[in-house]
Design a protein around this ligand. Structure first.
Ligand code: PLP
Length: 435
């Protein structure tokens, strides 16, 4: 076929023909689960139903004032910036790593991107290795690997370990093929569980990763939302193989600003360079005004410190409240360590749930949403088995600005966060029928 007739044929294609979709790299993939539940929630709301939005996980807090002011002042910045990121911002991120975590990484080892999600995707694109992710894990890691055509190895975790990856599991997949290139993603505090690793656990994981020369992507996007302000990075124990992933989306309330950061060890500069090549041919550079404003955010200030302290108190109070309430149904879950998610296992209710035709976590979430208007996500979206009654609840359906104005205690939940309070009560009442 000549080139001209080939293009002619493309133009003539019947785009409604389902066979055409076989040409897609994303064939068989659906839009993210989080977005789907959001759409279902929207439909219910349009029907006049009240929806408790515990599905989508975005920060409830406003961006700190001085960071917003920095953005206003820099609205005029119109030029393309260097592909690796604005020099002052890379310096600020290096300074942030040092100030907050005593991790010493030069500005030249920092890469800025339009969200850490994009950076994680590009890393997977340039690094030819097996992707290793614990289950449960954040919804986007696996689809990203699938889009690129990479192998994914899910490593199961257990409820009794707070869903944290055990070093023996990591060793088990490496032992038979020790030289295979591998990329392990660890996320802590975790989305979807809210739990984090102790120093001891990080050290043990680091020992295995070093033994098999695995590259670790340490997704610390919720690090500053560790409730006690004691976030610790695995980079302390495996500095040469750890890339720290972070950004503005969670601790700074700026998800929609799209700014993410990768901090590399010097020995992985070749990976950073490869990522910069892809960046230069795709997004070119992250939005200039946002980068200038981010300098302010990463440089820190007493007000930003105050904002973080308050955010942690509010989130801890709410996370503990919901956990205490749900534990009344006999699910026995530990209190979260940080972030704004809870991961429940309702397997104790299985016998009665089965009697109501509920056999999977997806059915569980659909029925809960239909009956009560409470939107949560099924464990399957995070890599858990369908028959396990696990679900993720994001407790961000409240006015973060109002909450920050208070000396927030549990007594404020009912008035300041009515959706959280009422949604939890409604859910408990619904669950009681299955006890
Ligand atoms: C665990 C985790 N990692 C990464 C991201 C991506 O963050 P962003 O692309 O906004 O930096 C998210 C966002 O929800 C997340 O929950």
């Amino acid at each position: 076929m000549s080139l001209s007739s080939y293009f002619c044929n493309l133009g003539d294609m019947d785009h409604t023909n389902p066979d055409i979709h076989l040409n897609l790299n994303v064939r068989g993939m659906k839009p993210s689960a989080t977005l789907q539940i959001n759409e279902m929630s929207n439909t219910l709301q349009q029907q006049g139903r009240h929806v408790y939005r515990f599905g989508l996980g975005q920060s409830p807090f406003p961006v700190p004032d001085e960071v917003v002011d920095a953005l206003k002042i820099n609205a005029f910045q119109k030029d393309y910036l260097p592909v690796r990121g604005l020099k002052e911002l890379r310096e600020a991120v290096a300074g942030f790593n040092e100030r907050v975590q005593q991790i010493y990484i030069k500005k030249d080892n920092v890469l800025i991107g339009p969200g850490s999600k994009e950076l994680i995707f590009i890393l997977q694109l340039v690094y030819y290795g097996e992707l290793i992710i614990p289950t449960p894990s954040w919804v986007s890691y696996a689809p990203q690997a699938k889009i690129i055509g990479r192998n994914i190895t899910w490593l199961p975790t257990r409820k009794q370990d707070n869903w944290l990856l055990q070093p023996e599991m990591l060793e088990r997949i490496a032992i038979d093929d020790p030289y295979r290139p591998r990329l392990v993603i660890l996320n802590y505090p975790s989305n979807p569980t809210g739990y984090t690793y102790s120093s001891r656990q990080l050290k043990d994981l680091a020992t295995v990763a070093r033994k098999y020369k695995m590259i670790i992507v340490s997704d610390e996007i919720y690090g500053l939302l560790n409730f006690e302000g004691t976030h610790n990075s695995i980079a302390h124990y495996y500095p040469e193989g750890t890339i720290i992933s972070s950004g503005l989306s969670k601790w700074c309330g700026a998800g929609g600003w799209r700014l993410g950061t990768f901090s590399f060890p010097p020995g992985l500069q070749w990976l950073q360079e490869a990522m910069a090549v892809v960046a230069s041919e795709t997004f070119t550079s992250t939005s200039a005004p946002i980068q200038y404003a981010a300098v302010k955010a990463f440089s820190g200030s007493p007000d930003i410190g105050w904002y973080l302290q308050k955010s942690r108190t509010v989130l801890k109070t709410i996370g503990y409240f919901i956990t205490d309430e749900l534990n009344k149904t006999g699910i026995e879950m530990a209190k979260p360590d940080g972030g704004f998610y809870l991961f429940h296992d309702f397997s104790n209710l299985k016998p009665k749930l089965r009697g109501h035709g509920i056999h999977t976590s997806k059915q569980f979430c659909e029925k809960l949403l239909q009956d009560t208007g409470v939107a949560i996500l099924p464990g399957t979206d995070f890599g858990r088995p369908a028959s396990e009654m696990t679900c993720r609840l994001a407790y961000v359906d409240f006015d973060g600005k109002k909450a920050l104005e208070k000396d927030f205690t549990e007594a404020d939940i009912k008035t300041v966060c009515p959706n959280i309070y009422n949604g939890t009560k409604v859910m408990i009442k619904w669950l009681k029928q299955f006890e």
